[in-house]
Write a protein that binds this ligand. Structure first.
Ligand code: NAD
Ligand code: IPM
Ligand code: MN
Length: 348
């Protein structure tokens, strides 16, 4: 029988709460279609404050051996000076995305039946953002001069390579070809001319190989308008790391809330494990209260199963989430109650 060897980084805040439910649903949906093994890695802000470790080379090597990584959320109290400057976010989350070459950050949005979107009449919303995951302003290639003086200069450099852009654009075209055949490049080519020019030229070149895909371009500011006024127009959006970060929180909001938004950090070559996580963070404001919606983490499990060749189990998870959403009433349920209901419906 198949095996699925998981690394689990539950993380901080609501991370452990939602991850417990995601794993419960995963095990129920897989049943005996695969033997699931799980190794827990206690990483995150809490672990760092207790041990001084953010992510050591040895841990990184161990993580690399797994089939896939499931991550809850990382990040502690932003007011804690020991955690200033996103030390955990950059040293753990981004380090994993870079080290494991997660160049595709796949973030789907659908407005599922039963879900209330803040948009009055959103239409049939079903799109996926293909966010580049290893380049852009996230590389940390900046610097500052005369810090703390009135003449301070603070630079953040966005790195865009032909290699890096082409591979994520090719992935996005393949997605569009398998979906409704529409691809939208989102950038800011009217201002960021060097990077924008590269993205535009690569999209045009790859488009020639995909006559079945219709290609569209939007500046990122205008893209936020259409995401609110006409989100049903989108099928596949391809964009850089930072624009993709911002657009996918907006996408989560129109899709019924951040508690529903799933993501996969993919290494399509399979050289390193892909990593699946909700789009949301550690939500310190509601942590430890069983108030978090585990649905985003559970839908991230569906992506994990799909990418791991367990498509039937993935479909059971998705159907169970859809049924749960359709039946949600006004009575609030705990994180565990939602997880248990979905797990029961997803059982193989
Ligand atoms: P956040 O996503 O943690 O929270 C934003 C708002 O959404 C909060 O009001 C929160 O209560 C709510 N929310 C989030 N997830 C929810 C859920 N599952 N159910 C119900 N409500 C939910 O974003 P933030 O406040 O900007 O960041 C908090 C910490 O998380 C920071 O340290 C940040 O760096 C980190 N972060 C981590 C990740 C990650 O690990 N992938 C992603 C984003 C932010
Ligand atoms: C996300 C998060 C991360 C990002 C942060 C925590 C580094 O916001 O996964 O969307 O910006 O990619
Ligand atoms: Mn984000």
């Amino acid at each position: 029988t198949r095996t699925l060897d998981l690394a689990v980084i539950a993380g901080d805040g609501i991370g452990p709460e939602v991850t417990a439910e995601a794993l419960r649903v995963l095990r129920a949906a897989v049943g005996d279609e695969a033997t699931v093994t799980q190794t827990d890695y206690p990483l995150g802000a809490t672990h760092y404050l207790a041990t001084g470790e953010i992510l050591g080379d040895e841990t990184l090597e161990k993580l690399a051996q797994h089939d896939a990584i499931l991550l809850g959320a990382v990040g502690g109290d932003p007011r804690d000076p020991k955690l200033a400057g996103g030390i955990i976010e950059r040293g753990l989350l981004l380090k994993l995305r870079f080290a494991f070459d997660h160049h595709v950050n796949l973030r789907p949005t659908r407005i599922l039946p039963g879900v209330t979107s803040p948009l009055a009449d959103p239409g049939d919303v079903d799109f996926v953002v293909v966010r580049e995951g290893t380049e852009g302003p996230y590389v940390g290639n900046g610097g500052a001069l005369r810090v703390g003086t009135p003449h301070e200069i603070a630079n953040e450099t966005s790195v865009n390579t032909a290699f890096g852009v082409e591979r994520v654009v090719r992935f996005a075209f393949a997605q569009a070809a398998a979906r409704r055949g529409r691809l939208t490049l989102v950038h800011k080519t009217n201002v960021l001319v060097h990077a924008g020019g590269l993205w535009q030229r690569i999209v045009t070149a790859v488009a020639a190989e995909h006559p079945e895909v219709s290609v569209d371009y939007l500046h990122v500011d205008a893209a936020t308008i259409f995401m609110v006024t006409d989100p049903a127009r989108f099928d596949v959006i391809v964009t850089d790391n930072l624009f993709g970060d911002i657009l996918t929180d907006l996408a989560a909001a129109i899709g019924g809330g951040i508690g529903l938004a799933a993501s996969g950090n993919l290494n399509p070559s399979g050289d390193f494990p892909s990593m699946f996580e909700p789009v949301h963070g550690s939500a310190p404001d509601i942590a430890g209260q069983q108030k978090a919606d585990p649905t985003a983490a559970i839908l991230s499990v569906a992506l994990l199963l799909e990418q791991s060749g367990l498509g039937e189990a993935a479909a059971r998870v998705t159907r169970a989430v859809e049924a749960d959403l359709a039946a949600r009433g006004a009575t609030p349920r705990s994180t565990a109650e939602i997880g248990a209901a979905i797990a029961e419906a997803a059982a193989a």
